[in-house]
Design a protein around this ligand. Structure first.
Ligand code: NAP
Ligand code: COA
Length: 288
């Protein structure tokens, strides 16, 4: 399914608190794709601020192992639930299980996604639909289920993990870029409709983040070898911890006036990187 099958997620060796350690005391977060990569680190950082979490995806074994690691390193509760963001019945059951355990959900982090490099000409109809269904439809499914059962009663924050692919039509990414464009649109639509219930909706858009499945799939090693970082204004890729801290800010009261907006966390990468279709084809060589 994914190369993260064999990688055991580890918590950060050190963490420098930028906010009060009890910032999220009494809060509960529902994090899709929270068993791996960026989602795992988001869970860790929220838990380090005394939030309890529910982490959800398709691989229960992976989630269970990650939940154990997160609990051990943060002292907070974390429950793993198997669920596919494309399957409403599984989602509704997962929300019920989370509510039965914690009594409420304050934050939804729509982080689950699927991606791979593929030129539009080689992309099958089903491949495009699959990524749209996981990233865009999945974000709607989860947001609506948690809103209906919980957020509309007491408010909360929905953070949609997006991307910057669609800002400039990144090559080999029509599927993921179209899906994330829909996610950013959804952030605005839901913010407008659910603001009166005290629900804030924010997109957090990472650029290239080191040590992730996403970067592995998008040619990260090759990009590093060709000096890609030198074109990023901050001269480096992001770290998972930096996306965790951005999400922490987004859910906190420090962001109480932010809704319907996109926070780009990419070191300025989208402004000055991208490359032509020809250069991508050359970089990927026979892999295309
Ligand atoms: P990742 O570790 O592969 O995370 C994706 C997660 O989504 C996995 O835990 C996966 O778990 C889950 N998932 C996939 N399909 C699912 C489905 N149908 N239902 C439920 N869960 C599903 O990749 P990542 O690199 O950390 O990416 C995390 C997020 O950051 C994504 O939204 C991605 O688009 C965004 N992002 C990443 C980068 C980057 O540089 N890495 C850049 C921009 C944006 P299962 O396989 O167990 O289902
Ligand atoms: N290039 C082109 N097409 C691809 C592909 C690739 N690398 N990987 C999958 N596809 C196509 C498949 O061939 C299939 O189309 P088809 O039926 O016309 O042959 C379609 O996509 C669906 O593939 P399938 O494997 O059945 O989907 P899935 O629902 O099991 O998995 C994926 C979804 C494809 C997105 C899978 O890569 C995944 O689970 N990803 C999660 C992890 C991830 O992507 N992390 C990075 C986040 S940025």
């Amino acid at each position: 399914m994914s190369s993260s099958d064999s990688v055991q997620e580890k918590c950060l060796q050190t963490y420098n608190y930028l906010f009060r350690p009890d910032l999220l005391r009494g809060k509960v977060a529902f994090i899709t794709g929270g068993g791996t990569g960026i989602g795992f680190t988001i869970a860790e950082i929220l838990m380090r601020h005394q939030c309890d979490t529910v982490i959800l995806s398709r691989r229960l074994e992976k989630l269970t192992e990650s939940a154990k690691t997160l609990k051990k390193n943060t002292g907070r509760e974390c429950i793993p639930i198997k669920m596919d963001v494309r399957k409403p019945q599984e989602i509704l059951a997962a929300v019920d299980e989370a509510l039965a355990t914690f009594g409420k959900i304050d934050f939804v982090i729509n982080n689950a996604a699927g991606n791979f490099l593929c030129p539009a000409s080689a992309l099958s109809f089903n491949a495009f639909r699959t990524v749209m269904e996981i990233d865009a439809q999945g974000t709607f499914n989860i947001s609506k289920a948690v809103y209906d059962k919980c957020l509309k009663k007491h408010g909360g924050v929905i953070v949609n993990i997006s991307a910057t692919l669609h800002y400039r039509g990144s090559p080999l990414q029509v599927h993921a870029g179209s899906a994330k464009a829909a996610v950013d649109a959804m952030t605005k639509h839901l913010a407008v409709e659910w603001g009166e219930d005290g629900v804030r909706v924010i997109s957090v858009s990472p650029g290239p983040i080191a040590d992730t499945e996403g970067m592995k799939r998008l040619g990260g090693k090759r990009a590093e070898a060709t000096g890609y970082q030198r074109n990023i204004p901050l001269q480096r890729m992001g770290r998972r911890e930096e996306i965790g801290n951005t999400v922490l800010f987004a859910v906190s009261d420090a962001a109480s006036l932010l809704t319907g907006t996109v926070i780009v966390a990419d070191g300025g990468a989208w402004l000055s990187t991208g490359g032509s279709y020809a250069s991508y084809k050359q970089m990927m060589g026979s892999k295309l």
